[in-house]
Structure formats: structure tokens, C-alpha cells
Write a protein that binds this ligand. Structure first.
Ligand SMILES: Cc1cc2nc3c(=O)[nH]c(=O)nc-3n(C[C@H](O)[C@H](O)[C@H](O)COP(=O)(O)OP(=O)(O)OC[C@H]3O[C@@H](n4cnc5c(N)ncnc54)[C@H](O)[C@@H]3O)c2cc1C
Length: 481
């Protein structure tokens, strides 16, 4: 079976950033990984007056952070108030627990909630800007704050650099050094040689393992037909290194993919797919049969689609849905897909079925039955009443031309990993802190539980990264300077 991943785009080059080439012998705090969690930890530790070095495995920075849609879940913000959106920390807490089916670590949920306002203000004070707020998956009121994550990282790296912190790229960390039950450094592989850097504390911010087929096969075999996206360096290194010291892990059973991606890697695909289903498309399997209520969350649609033959499905829609295409929202930019040659088009459902290689009778029957129930105002065979969640009324698929996108599921992030306490200290399998070892960002498990609210992965990278950097920097030094 081929490993289907998207071509690697470049990350943030080090031009103008506070970089160093040589590996030091010792530093105060070492941060592993140059995404948002690493950048936030680096700056927070530098603000505490520590000498910080961030080690990035690749020649460029940014990880999954710069590939993301850049949505952060914050509440009670300037932007929400400007749009008249009423939100609160209590509502955020309830939503997080509801989406996570109460499998979340309640202490981590509280940590996110109680530090979100301070982190939001801190990011803005460092120059981060947010745009128009949208509602997204798992949010009972709109709280997705969009931001340019490349600019965000540059602001944080620059500010840390002004405080003396340094970035070293091409520095893959292989191992943690642990002596007398305490983490005392890291081993970096460079030019075929191993270098040890000693330090007072380590922050692991190496992201998840959305790009590691082998690890995914071991812990989430249901993803075998999923495409893989995310930062090219995201192979679970930090999680495995900490596990080697006895660290615990959480939330692994809840790894989910996102529905709507073009089924094969496609040069015009940005890694996020389309959700024509939320504008009125139906999902059918390779034989032309429907199998799900398409208004369900896109992660659940991902699970359902992976359970179909070959993990392959079609989103089928008509000219009315195409008319709702918007070039402002990539998941609703159907016209762009059409011009990129990613959609099949036909003047009748029977002809469309021939293009798709499905049984024309079956696809016509699926559409006829769906249209009849929608028109009669009944719940359809799978219980569909709405376009998405509890919003919008579906319309019949009856206006030619008809379209279909070959659609699959993509793993964008793994949302699970190391157990940590509210200070972001990594906990071992028995729940005791591994001394001087911290973690933040996607490599941390426990916040999301069984489900993911849009914006909380970027959110936790910033919030937990800042906390990890701050607490790591407060460890007493016993290095000989
Ligand atoms: C297409 C897409 C869209 C997304 N949209 C959203 C969204 O809108 N909102 C949201 O909340 N989440 C979103 N996510 C998820 C979110 O982007 C990530 O969970 C988050 O950015 C992770 O940040 P991080 O700093 O923990 O890791 P990353 O940003 O992935 O950074 C980790 C870094 O560590 C480096 N690294 C790995 N191993 C080592 C090692 N051994 N030594 C040194 N360095 C190492 C990697 O190369 C990488 O640069 C999206 C993800 C994708 C792929």
C-alpha cells in the first residue's frame, strides 16, 4: 500500500530570525520544535530571563502551525465583542467537555480556560492580529479567531530573539538525557555525529505524528486509507522520547481524520478538502449508495467514510450548491475545484454515475429517495434534517449540471499524546512528574478527550506553550556557567 502524503511545502526560512548554527554545550532551557508551542515556550522562558535555545529538526520552521487554517478558540475577546458575540469561559469549559464526551482531563480543560484570556492578550501585545470570527465544529457560539500563523510565529521568534534566545535548525533531537531520575539534556544528531546539550529543563513541542504512517498504523489502524497532512517533521519523536523515560499518554483511541479531501494527493489540494455536504451535497459510496447523515461533524464523517470500501466516497451535488461556492472559505470553494479539474460534471445523475464508475440505477435511486424526503419535509433515511449541525435546510439535488468530488479522509493532527499536569510537567505512567521535563502543543494528550473543538489545537499550542516555557524557566539552575 502506498503512503499517501502531500508534497512538502517550504516552511518559514530563518532569514532575519535569531538563528545560531553551532550547537551549544549547555543552555538554561532547551525547546524542541519550531511550531507555535515551541515559539510560545521559547518566548515565555526568555521573558523569565533564561537563556533559551529552540532546536528544530528541519532546515525550516513552522511545522503544522503554518499549514493550518489558523483558527484559535478564545472567548470574551475584543473581536467577539466588536461582532456582538456573547461568550464566556464557562461556556467554553462546557463546550470542551461536551465535545470531548467528558473523556477530557478536567484539570487541563480548566488550565486552557483559565489561561486563555492572558495568552490572547500576550499574543496581541506581541503583534498578533485576528480577523472576522466564525463558528466552527463544537462551538455553541462563534469563537474561531483567524490569524496568519506565519506572521504569528515571526512575532514570537523576533521577540524571543531580542531577549537573547536563539533558534538552531537542522537539529533533530534523538534522545533525552536523564540522570538520577532527572532530565539534564538532549542528544542531537548532526552530520552523522551525536552532540549532547546540557540544560536545566527541556520543553517538548515536537507536534503530533500525523505524518508517520508506521506509528499511525500501530495506534490508529482505522486510518490506513487516510491521507496524511501536517508538518513534514511531525513523526511523534517527542512523544516516543518521553515514553522512553516512562511518560504516560492519553487520548490515543480518539485519533480522527477530517472528511472532504480529494481522495488522491492532488497538486491543487491545500490539505483541507471541501465540505460540499454542509451546503447540500450527499455522500455516496463507490456503488452509489448513501450511508450517513451528512450534517454530522466532519471528524465523524471522516470515520464513516473510512469505514466504506477503500475509504473512498463521493460528494454529489448540483448547480444550486455550486452557486454557494465562496473563494473566501477554502472548504466551500467549489468553483476552484472545478477549474482545477477535481470535480466530475454531467447533465444528468445517470451520466454522472457513468463518470464515477458507479451503478447508474443505484445513484439515481439514492438521489430520488433523498429528494423525495427532503421535498416532503421528512427526516431522510439517515435522519438528516439540516445542512450542518442544527443549521440550514437541505434542498433537493435536481438542478443540472451535477457535480461529484472523489472524497476521502485526511489526518491533519493527532490530538493525543503525553500526560501533563497544569504546569505542563510531563507525568509518568504512575502520574508523577518526570523532573524537569515539560511538554506543550499537539504532543500533549488530555485536553480534547474524545472529540475536537475547532481552534483548540492552535489555542493549546499557544496557551500550553507559554505555560511550559514559563515553568521550565523557573527551575533552579545547577549548571556551572
Ligand atoms: C491543514 C491543517 C489545518 C489545521 N487547522 C487548524 C485550525 O484552524 N485550528 C486549530 O486549532 N488547529 C488546526 N490544525 C492543527 C494545528 O495546526 C496543530 O495541532 C498545531 O499547529 C500544532 O502546533 P505545535 O507547535 O504543537 O506543532 P507543530 O506546529 O507541528 O511544530 C512541531 C515542530 O517540531 C519539529 N520537530 C519534530 N520532531 C522534532 C525533533 N525530533 N527535534 C526537533 N524538532 C522536531 C517539527 O519539524 C515541527 O517544526 C490544523 C492542521 C493542519 C495540518
Amino acid at each position: 500500500m502506498s503512503t499517501k502524503v502531500f508534497a512538502d511545502e517550504p516552511g518559514i526560512t530563518t532569514d532575519g530570525l535569531p538563528v545560531e548554527r553551532e550547537l551549544p554545550e549547555q543552555v538554561g532551557v532547551v525547546v524542541l520544535g519550531g511550531g507555535l508551542a515551541g515559539a510560545a515556550a521559547m518566548l515565555a522562558a526568555a521573558e523569565e530571563g533564561q537563556y533559551v535555545v529552540l532546536l528544530e529538526k528541519l532546515p525550516v520552521l513552522g511545522g503544522s502551525t503554518i499549514r493550518s487554517a489558523g483558527l484559535s478558540a478564545f472567548v470574551d475577546t475584543d473581536e467577539q465583542r466588536e461582532q456582538g458575540i456573547e461568550d464566556s469561559e464557562e461556556l467554553l469549559r462546557q463546550d470542551l467537555l461536551t465535545v470531548g464526551l467528558h473523556h477530557n482531563d478536567p484539570e487541563l480543560v480548566d488550565t486552557y480556560v483559565s489561561h486563555q484570556a492572558g495568552t490572547y492578550r500576550w499574543l496581541k501585545a506581541h503583534g498578533v492580529e485576528y480577523g472576522h470570527i466564525h463558528a466552527a465544529s463544537g462551538q455553541s457560539v462563534p469563537r474561531s479567531h483567524p490569524s496568519d500563523t506565519t506572521a504569528m510565529l515571526r512575532h514570537l521568534f523576533d521577540a524571543a530573539g531580542r531577549l537573547g534566545a536563539r533558534i538552531i535548525t537542522d537539529a533533530p533531537v534523538e534522545r533525552l538525557v536523564c540522570e538520577d531520575g532527572r532530565v539534564r539534556g538532549v542528544v542531537v544528531e548532526r552530520d552523522g555525529q551525536r552532540h549532547t546539550i546540557r540544560c536545566d529543563a527541556v520543553v517538548i513541542a515536537t507536534g503530533g505524528f500525523a505524518r508517520d504512517r508506521e506509528l499511525l498504523d500501530r495506534v490508529a489502524p482505522q486510518m490506513r486509507h487516510a491521507l496524511l497532512a501536517g508538518g513534514p517533521g511531525n513523526s511523534g519523536d517527542g512523544m516516543v522520547m518521553a515514553q522512553a523515560l516512562g511518560a504516560g499518554v492519553r487520548d490515543l483511541p480518539w485519533i480522527k481524520g477530517t472528511y472532504g479531501i480529494y481522495f488522491e494527493p492532488h497538486p491543487d489540494e491545500d490539505g483541507t478538502g471541501i465540505l460540499a455536504v454542509y451546503k447540500g451535497a450527499i455522500m455516496v459510496d463507490v456503488h452509489g449508495h448513501r450511508f450517513v447523515d451528512e450534517s454530522r461533524p466532519y471528524k465523524e464523517l471522516g470515520d464513516e467514510s473510512l469505514a466504506q470500501e477503500g475509504g473512498q466516497t463521493w460528494q454529489v451535488f448540483d448547480a444550486q450548491v455550486m452557486a454557494s461556492s465562496s473563494d473566501e472559505v477554502p472548504i466551500y470553494d467549489f468553483a476552484n475545484r472545478l477549474s482545477a479539474g477535481m470535480l466530475e460534471v454531467a447533465d444528468s445523475i445517470a451520466d454522472l454515475a457513468t463518470h464515477l464508475g458507479t451503478d447508474p440505477g443505484a445513484l439515481e435511486e439514492s438521489v430520488r429517495d433523498y429528494n423525495a424526503r427532503i421535498t416532503a419535509g421528512e427526516r431522510d433515511a439517515f435522519g438528516r434534517e439540516h445542512l450542518v449541525g442544527a443549521v440550514g435546510r437541505p434542498t433537493p439535488i435536481d438542478e443540472p449540471p451535477f457535480y461529484a468530488q472523489r472524497s476521502g479522509t485526511v489526518v491533519l493532527a493527532t490530538y493525543c499524546g503525553l500526560t501533563v499536569d497544569p504546569r505542563m510537567r510531563v507525568l509518568d505512567v504512575f502520574g508523577s512528574p518526570i523532573e524537569r521535563l515539560y511538554a506543550a502543543g499537539e504532543v500533549v494528550g488530555g485536553l480534547h478527550g474524545a472529540g475536537y473543538m475547532t481552534g483548540t489545537s492552535i489555542g493549546k499550542s499557544a496557551i500550553f506553550g507559554r505555560l511550559a516555557g514559563r515553568h521550565a524557566a523557573r527551575e533552579e539552575s545547577d549548571l556551572q556557567w
